[in-house]
Design a protein around this ligand. Structure first.
Ligand code: ZN
Ligand code: ZN
Length: 301
């Protein structure tokens, strides 16, 4: 199970009624955050999540709307009682940039380790597999996908044929083994078929390109940028390294994602929900992101 909270939905600058885009994801009592624009700690406090749980910070790129809130976030996390180490993953140059940004918060009550990423790769954190891929923006920028493996399908028929009592089935279901009349029964003896992992994909900032659908393939939830709703902005946004709603919807449809949340709206786009039509034609399960929006991505789905 992954608990998701879209902390903010803005691009470029925070507004009185819209924080900057960032994703909070909790799993096994620990949290990861993707991006940290100005005011992120306020957005997270307003959403009611606990900063003390922050364990991993993933930075997409070094434009201010994705990183300028870092010193404030770290200071607030310390104030909220965080004492365990924090791991930050960021594009090349991250060690130097983050060190300089954080010279105003030199005495944090927890250790910070910065890892620079390049090209494609995978990070393993607290039972989650986090893949990253270069996007196409004006500077180095990465998309992230978070996956949690799901246990294979439990087969009651196989359990019946082995004579496994009901009260012992949950042990096998959770991955444990049991002994029955002197015989060892392992979980693979009572399962039928693998299941796709739970997957949440986060893509911003980028122009549209084919590889995005492959990266987002089979996402339970795709969170993707869309600066404007109307297709009339496509060429202007491509020039600026961004997308419009219909392009994000293409990615959701092509990747066979289950649900699309749009985010990273232009400050000039005051009512994203009123402009969903172009996206919904392509991918009906498109939702305009709202600050603080939450979802539990569950293993039982
Ligand atoms: Zn941005
Ligand atoms: Zn950017």
């Amino acid at each position: 199970m992954i608990e998701i909270c879209l902390a903010g939905t803005g691009g470029m600058k925070p507004l009185p009624n819209r924080f900057l885009t960032g994703l909070w994801a909790e799993h096994n009592g620990k949290a990861l955050l993707i991006d940290c624009g100005e005011g992120m700690q306020i957005a997270l406090a307003k959403a009611g999540v606990s900063l003390a749980r922050l364990d991993t910070l993933l930075i997409t790129h070094f434009h201010a709307d994705h990183i300028a809130g870092l010193p404030g976030l770290l200071l607030s996390a310390g104030n909220y009682g965080k004492s365990s180490p924090l791991h930050i993953y960021a594009p090349r140059g991250g060690i130097e940039i983050i060190r300089r940004l954080c010279c105003i918060c030199p005495e944090l009550p927890f250790d910070v380790t910065i890892h620079e990423i390049s090209s494609e790769g995978t990070i393993f954190r607290n039972g989650l597999e986090i893949s990253f891929m270069p996007l196409r923006h004006r500077i180095d920028c990465f998309g992230y996908s978070i996956t949690e493996p799901r246990p294979p399908v439990f087969s009651p028929e196989k359990a019946d044929s082995l004579g496994v009592p009901m009260k012992m089935r949950s042990i096998l279901h959770k991955g444990g083994s049991i002994e029955l009349n002197g015989k060892l029964i392992t979980p693979d003896m009572v399962t039928a078929g693998k299941r796709l992992p739970l997957k949440v994909t986060y893509i911003t900032d980028t122009v549209y390109f084919d590889g995005l659908s492959r990266f987002a393939e089979d996402s339970d939830l795709l969170i993707c940028e869309g600066m404007y709703g109307s297709d009339e902005y496509i060429s202007k946004m491509t020039e600026k390294g961004h997308m419009v709603f219909s392009q994000s919807a293409e990615i959701a449809a092509d990747s066979r994602s289950k649900e699309l949340w749009l985010t990273h709206f232009s400050p000039a786009l005051t009512d994203p929900e009123a402009e969903l039509e172009t996206a919904k034609v392509i991918f009906p399960n498109t939702i305009a992101g709202k600050d603080g929006m939450k979802k539990t991505v569950n293993t039982n789905l």
